[in-house]
Design a protein around this ligand. Structure first.
Ligand SMILES: Cc1cc2nc3c(=O)[nH]c(=O)nc-3n(C[C@H](O)[C@H](O)[C@H](O)COP(=O)(O)OP(=O)(O)OC[C@H]3O[C@@H](n4cnc5c(N)ncnc54)[C@H](O)[C@@H]3O)c2cc1C
Length: 438
């Protein structure tokens, strides 16, 4: 097959990895999934990406674009197809006006390392090994989300290679329709070779976790949600309960807080008073130190991840249901993220991320070895049958791909139709669309 692609790959300076290459297994898999692509192409520069895209188009095989490879649904790889792995496009350059140009294959850990010495930060997720690409193209919900908004709200422009192999810059003034779609469309439009993002002056964050006994879940989670309803946007927080790896029904309720600006004690003290505080790790820390390291999943372990947004009118019912689910045996850790704040400053039609009025996001995480996994999945379906009446939509970055209904709800109907039109314009043969998050 490789020989038939030689004309398109002529001049390709990156790595070409086939099943015969010694590094194939490591190159084929993502941190979450084993995989068996026919070919992994690792371009070194934009011209290489153009060659890779033309070769992939000529091959007739399915194509996956890989940023950091952390898609729960495995969208950064494709069995028997071609993976365009962007890891070598990892440059990070601070520009005038605190703008930052980031290569399409960089990770958030590399970004914080590069920005911390400049006293800068960009709203991102919570994990260092996650890619800038996938996270930004679907949203970006982390410890700066209420204070500064989604990652994609900071996108100023993106340089892309289209399905035709052409280099295009998307921004509010250049290909504005593509720019709209890149901000929340979930990829599947073009290969983003670099993102230009607006960074914030930020060096420290008051960050840590408060834990409470599982028996106080109802009062803690209800009080947490009430506090976040009116708390200033300087406070971002998440609650985790029923973590199966920490005791399931007996797992402590973990309230993680991030206060950026404002009076941190007055933001956080009401949360400390919600119950019997068992531990409190909250300290002032460099923002660069709050991101966690990701892990490569052990062989045979599968993950199930599902999410939904909670609109303001459903917060009370959703919280009550989450607590009722958490106090009985079931397979998932349940996380509630506070949203609102700066996320709601942007209109629902201004970007392809439409869930702007959500106050909370609820996500369930569970996993296990393949033989037990079907049972785990069935338990999770039961959990979502109870959560569904209180949630709407889904966050594309927190979906494992197993639920077509959840995937279909990532975008409201109008957003979906507009995305489809833009995809048809920029990728008429659907070269990338099959491995997109929505
Ligand atoms: C341990 C862990 C922690 C996480 N924490 C958070 C969190 O705190 N907040 C949050 O919002 N999300 C979080 N996520 C979810 C994460 O944002 C998504 O999994 C995201 O899709 C990963 O992006 P990636 O580039 O690493 O993945 P990939 O698998 O490489 O890509 C995901 C999708 O984006 C596309 N894509 C990636 N880069 C490009 C590019 N340059 N050009 C075009 N398309 C591209 C891919 O084709 C694919 O469709 C977490 C995931 C994990 C595994």
């Amino acid at each position: 097959m490789l020989s038939t692609l030689e004309p398109q790959l002529d001049g390709f300076t990156g790595s070409v990895i086939t099943p015969d290459s010694p590094d194939y297994e490591a190159a084929a898999r993502t941190p979450l999934l084993p995989s068996t692509p026919a070919l992994v192409l690792r371009p070194r520069d934009v011209a290489d990406v153009q060659r890779a895209v033309r070769a992939a188009a000529a091959s007739g095989l399915a194509v996956a674009v890989r940023g950091g490879g952390h898609s729960f649904a495995g969208l950064g790889t494709v069995d028997e197809g071609i993976v365009i792995d962007l890891r070598a496009l990892d440059s990070i350059e601070v520009l005038d006006g605190d703008r930052v140009r980031i290569g399409g294959g960089a990770t958030w850990g590399a970004v914080v390392q590069a920005l911390t010495p400049h006293g800068l930060a960009i709203s991102s997720g919570d994990t260092a090994s996650v890619g800038v690409g996938g996270l930004t193209l679907s949203g970006g919900i982390g410890w700066m989300v209420r204070s500064h908004g989604l990652t994609l709200d900071h996108l100023v422009s993106a340089e892309v290679v289209t399905a035709a192999g052409e280099v295009v810059t998307a921004s509010t003034v250049s290909h504005p329709d593509l720019f709209w779609a890149l901000r929340g469309g979930g990829g599947g439009l073009a290969v983003v070779t670099s993102f230009e993002l607006q960074a914030e002056r930020l060096s420290t964050v008051t960050f840590g976790t408060l834990t409470f006994p599982a028996t106080e879940a109802a009062q803690v989670v209800t009080g947490w949600a009430e506090h976040l309803r009116t708390a200033p946007r300087e406070l971002t927080s998440a609650v985790r309960l029923a973590n199966p790896f920490a005791g399931g029904v007996d797992a402590p309720v973990e309230v993680t807080v991030a206060a950026i600006g404002g009076d941190a004690d007055s933001l956080i003290d009401p949360l400390r008073a919600l119950g019997t505080l068992q531990s409190d790790t909250v300290t002032v820390q460099p923002y660069g130190e709050v991101l966690e390291e990701g892990h490569v999943l052990p062989p045979g372990i599968r993950l199930a991840v599902r999410s939904g947004f909670v609109p303001p009118e459903s917060v009370g019912d959703a919280v009550a249901e989450v607590v009722a689910i958490a106090v009985a045996p079931q397979p998932a850790a349940i996380v509630l993220n506070s949203i609102g704040g700066a996320v709601a400053d942007v209109g629902p039609h201004d970007t392809a991320f439409a869930h702007r009025r959500a106050e909370l996001m609820v996500t369930t995480f569970c996993g296990g070895p393949a033989p037990a996994f079907d049972g785990i999945r069935a338990g999770l379906d039961g959990v979502w049958a109870r959560l569904a009446p209180h949630t709407e939509g889904a966050y594309a970055n927190f979906l494992d791909g197993s639920s077509p209904e959840a995937r279909a709800s990532v975008h409201p109907e109008g957003t979906r139709r507009r995305l489809e039109e833009i995809r048809a314009e920029y990728d008429p043969q659907a070269l990338f669309a099959r491995r997109s998050a929505s």
